[in-house]
Design a protein around this ligand. Structure first.
Ligand code: NFE
Ligand code: MG
Length: 571
């Protein structure tokens, strides 16, 4: 007999996600992923001025802030044939690079690490040994025995007070927690340091875009004027502050995040064989260095890997008809029936909730069961995210990407197959952070060189006036958000937004089944996962967190639901 466990809500993610997993003989045999929240962003931009849309859609999410604004301005520029000046391209890249650094570090320490790190166990650590360990894996200066001893005292106070605060309700003492106490103490110290650090790196957005989250963008370029004289403009002092922040970001990633991930991963190598999934990976490509129109100059290559075959990378065909969204299992209706998919240019977002009324025990997964639509590429499910980006780059023979991936594999002494896993996803995020931190400093140098050479252009306003636009136009704005391939599709008619659709990374990964019954990434990767204790389903959380879910993005009102964290029933 199978047990169906419900984990709802999955915590330490963005948004509201429910997982129902069927467990037989201690292993997951089937799984269902459901978003229990719905939003209406695609609807509210219809009829609006395309030059304003970025400001609305950027509010899709406060976690991957900037990405929906960037996709939006790219979509409008693509539709109207606008090429932005290189300075704007570099500022956009720097802002995106800063987001990657912030997002990946916060995800690892504050959302994912506690699936592997036993906070309470760090009290058993010898601070002197932790110090030796820290100094053996990194030159990060905060590593004295006294420093770790102070951290331990802070945690002891929490534990002895009986109020764990930010560390409440973790799976402390779970038998699948495998780290020595010294590694636990190291990770807890860096959890606290990362909290301090993350508020600094976001200042890059405030300097270029006025604020964070949701900095300002502009169709045609960026709104930050370079003005080396004016104290209120983007002057030398502010630019050197950006450089300092980026360098500090790189140091934190190189000296704290990556060494920690590798140290922790070395105790969890078995997770290199868990959470495999179906083996299709997609990257749209991103970080252009010579214009959005020429994919060959992107830092992250674009492409598709099918069935884990790294010897052949397929083209995405961004403007073709390969991508469709299905609603057969989602709480939406299409005007001409729910079995066929729709290309995003012709997409529809008609919310139609037909699920159970709360409180309920289980979803009826024979019918619609999620507010997330189901995207497919040529009818196939795709996993997107850091791992997909690295695999596509690896398959494309990109030397930089191949170098860092091979370096991590040999450091951990694991085969290439270990990448297709929960551990692979988590390691890929750290590895790509290192690449992105380096690239972001390159983008900064390019910007500074242009300014030195007298090129201060930040926007191309040639086609600002709607009177210069064609009567009808359509465009796609794609990018690689931290969580994976993101696309916005716009149709413009008579100067207004006629249709607008977002297909988001977590839409690809978290969606329900398609009409052929094929599972998307969350559902597929859970199958085969052992669950030691169904009352404490740590293993489900590990694999789901390895994707870094964002449900606000994926469904772009809230539904009242029961307060239970986990529930076990026989079916
Ligand atoms: Ni809201 Fe997002 C990212 C986008 S969603 S976090 O990264 O787009 O998967
Ligand atoms: Mg959508």
């Amino acid at each position: 007999m199978a047990n169906r466990i419900v984990v709802d809500p999955i915590t330490r993610i963005e948004g509201h996600l429910r997982i129902e997993a069927e467990i037989k003989d201690g292993v997951i045999v089937d799984a269902f992923s459901s978003s229990t929240m719905v939003r209406g962003i695609e609807q509210i931009v219809k009829g609006r001025d395309p030059r304003d849309v970025w400001a609305f859609v950027q509010r899709t999410c406060g976690v991957c802030t900037t990405v929906h604004a960037l996709s939006s301005v790219r979509a409008v520029e693509d539709a109207l044939g606008i090429a932005v000046p290189q300075n704007a391209e570099m500022v956009r890249n720097i802002m995106e690079g800063a987001l990657y650094m912030h997002d990946h570090v916060v995800h690892f320490y504050h959302l994912h690490a506690l699936d592997w790190v036993d906070v309470v166990n760090c009290l058993k650590a010898d601070p002197k040994k932790t110090s030796e360990l820290a100094q053996s894996i990194s030159k990060w200066p905060k590593s004295s025995p006294g420093y770790f001893s102070d951290i331990q005292k802070r945690i002891r106070k929490f534990v002895e007070s009986g109020q764990l605060g930010i560390f409440a309700n973790g799976y402390w003492g779970h038998k699948e927690m495998k780290l020595p106490a010294e590694v636990n103490l190291l990770a807890v110290a860096h959890y606290l340091e990362a909290l301090e650090w993350q508020k600094e790196i976001v200042k890059v957005h405030t300097i270029f875009g006025g604020k964070n989250p949701h900095p300002n963008y502009l169709v045609g370029g960026m709104a930050c004027a370079i003005n080396t004289e004016n104290p209120g403009g983007l002057n030398a002092e502010r630019l050197s502050y950006v450089k300092k922040l980026l360098q500090e970001g790189k140091d934190f990633i190189d000296q704290v995040y990556v060494p920690d991930v590798l140290a922790i991963a070395s105790f969890y190598k078995d997770w290199g064989a868990i959470g495999k999934g179906f083996g299709n990976y997609m990257s749209y490509g991103d970080f252009p260095t010579n214009g959005y129109a020429d994919l060959s100059n992107f830092k992250f290559p674009s492409g598709i890997i099918l069935d884990r075959d790294l010897t052949k990378v397929h083209d995405v065909d961004h403007r073709g008809d390969s991508i469709e969204e299905f609603v057969n299992n989602s709480w939406y209706n299409y005007s001409d029936g729910d079995e066929k998919g729709k290309h995003p240019w012709d997409g529809e977002t008609n919310i139609k909730y037909s699920g159970p009324k709360p409180p309920y025990t289980h979803l009826n997964v024979e019918e619609k069961y999620s507010f997330i639509k189901t995207p497919r590429w040529k009818g196939l499910p795709m996993e997107v995210g850091p791992l997909a980006r690295l695999l596509v780059g690896y398959g494309r023979g990109n030397k930089e990407i191949k170098g860092v991936v091979d370096g991590a594999l040999s450091h951990l002494n694991v085969p290439v197959d270990a990448l297709y896993s929960t551990l692979g996803r988590t390691a890929a995020r750290a590895i790509e952070s290192q690449l992105v931190a380096d690239w972001t400093l390159e983008f900064f140098d390019t910007l500074m060189n242009n300014i030195k050479n007298g090129d201060e252009r930040m926007a191309n306003m040639d086609k600002w006036e709607p009177s210069t636009w064609p009567k009808e136009a359509k465009g796609v704005g794609f990018m690689e958000a931290p969580r994976g391939a993101l696309g916005h599709w716009i149709k413009i008619k008579d100067g207004k937004t006629e249709n607008y659709q977002q297909v988001v990374p977590s839409t690809w990964n978290a969606s329900p089944r398609d009409p052929k019954g094929q599972r998307s990434a969350y559902e597929s990767t859970l199958i085969g996962t052992p669950v030691a204790d169904p009352e404490l389903p740590l293993e489900i959380i590990r694999t789901i967190h390895s994707f870094d879910p964002c449900i606000a993005c994926a469904v772009h009102l809230y539904d009242e639901h029961g307060k239970h964290i986990s529930q076990v029933q026989n079916i």
